[in-house]
Design a protein around this ligand. Structure first.
Ligand code: KDG
Length: 315
């Protein structure tokens, strides 16, 4: 029975083996990615039941994504193959122009994933699921994808499923930042769990200080707020509880995917009844861990490996 429904666009990522401008890259490594697919896999690796809703193209990359997600134990029965659009892809340029950072270069306009629409949202999994998750990327994809998110949120509210949103504002996917605010804020106000960071919160509510971000979103009615602070870790609040977790110091190979790992592990921990503090500490550890390799999903730990990691850092 599905515990978490993740709604979005799964993509194929091509990550350069060398650092520096992509124009000089000769070797590219293929990975399955996409923020919501990353969360679905993170949750499944923790032994919780996740399903991914979205579209891929009826092409080789679509088959690659479908097989990968299925192999990871993600329920793909609502993943549609759309012959009208190709599977979206993107390239990762590592270490240039900023040494420890990566840049994403999208080739996804008109992709199958962006053609997501309300007809792709089944009612069935909402009857039993506990969490619906998507990020600010999904409603940025198209008008129909936006409508799909609204319908999913309505169904979640109707069936008592907690809505979880990661703000994930990708400016290149929006017409303008004002547009992003106009579309995202009504969705955020229906969320029970929110992941964000100072940059996105600055855009959405004009706050960049972590404690003020937490308070502002909680005033809007969001029950649990997690603020991701990159190399500084994360803070969270839920009810009267407050938690803070430090990131661990690692050799960063590629920081992309850290936020999704954090969100996915946090949600999996909440599903298994862990406290806010332990959920945040485990999530922050895994957020650091995934930056040590290329690819967003490869080092997402199993439940047993996460126990080992957790005991190592918090003996
Ligand atoms: O967080 C990582 C994701 O952003 C990446 O896998 C690609 O989903 C993606 C996007 O649209 O940026």
């Amino acid at each position: 029975m599905t515990e978490l429904i993740s709604l979005g666009e799964a993509l194929v990522q091509f990550n350069s083996l060398s650092r520096g401008p992509l124009r000089h890259a000769t070797l590219l490594e293929k990975h399955v990615a996409g923020a919501e697919a990353n969360v679905a896999v993170a949750v499944a690796r923790q032994g919780r039941a996740s399903a991914f809703i979205g579209r891929v193209g009826d092409d080789e990359f679509g088959r690659c994504i479908e097989a990968w997600l299925r192999g990871e134990g993600v329920d793909v029965r609502w993943l549609r193959r759309d012959p009208e659009g190709p599977t979206g892809i993107y390239f990762v340029q590592r270490g240039y122009p900023i040494p420890r950072k990566s840049t994403m270069i999208y080739y996804r306009r008109g992709s199958a994933g962006s053609r997501l629409s309300p007809e792709d949202i089944p009612e069935e999994p909402f009857k039993a699921a506990r969490i619906l998750h998507f990020t600010g990327i999904t409603p940025a994809l198209s008008e129909s994808a936006r409508e799909a998110c609204r319908l999913a949120v309505d169904l979640a509210v109707r069936y008592g499923v907690s809505v979880s949103i990661d703000t994930n504002i990708r400016p290149v996917l929006w017409r303008s930042l004002e547009d992003a605010v106009k579309v995202l804020m009504p969705l955020v106000e229906k969320a029970r769990i929110l992941f964000t960071d100072p940059t996105d919160a600055g855009i959405l509510i004009g706050e960049e200080d972590p404690d003020r971000i937490v308070e502002s979103f909680r005033t809007l009615g969001v029950e649990t707020v997690v603020v991701k602070l990159g190399e500084r870790g994360a803070v969270a609040a839920s009810g009267s509880e407050r938690a803070r977790a430090e990131a661990i110091s690692v050799d960063v190979e590629d920081p992309i995917g850290a936020g999704d790992a954090l969100a996915g592990i946090f949600l999996a921990c909440q599903l298994s009844g862990k406290s806010l503090y332990e959920s945040l500490r485990r999530a922050t550890l895994v957020g650091s861990l995934v930056t040590t390799v290329r690819g967003d999903q490869e080092t997402l730990p199993t439940a047993r490996d996460l126990d080992i990691l957790y005991r190592y850092y918090y003996p």
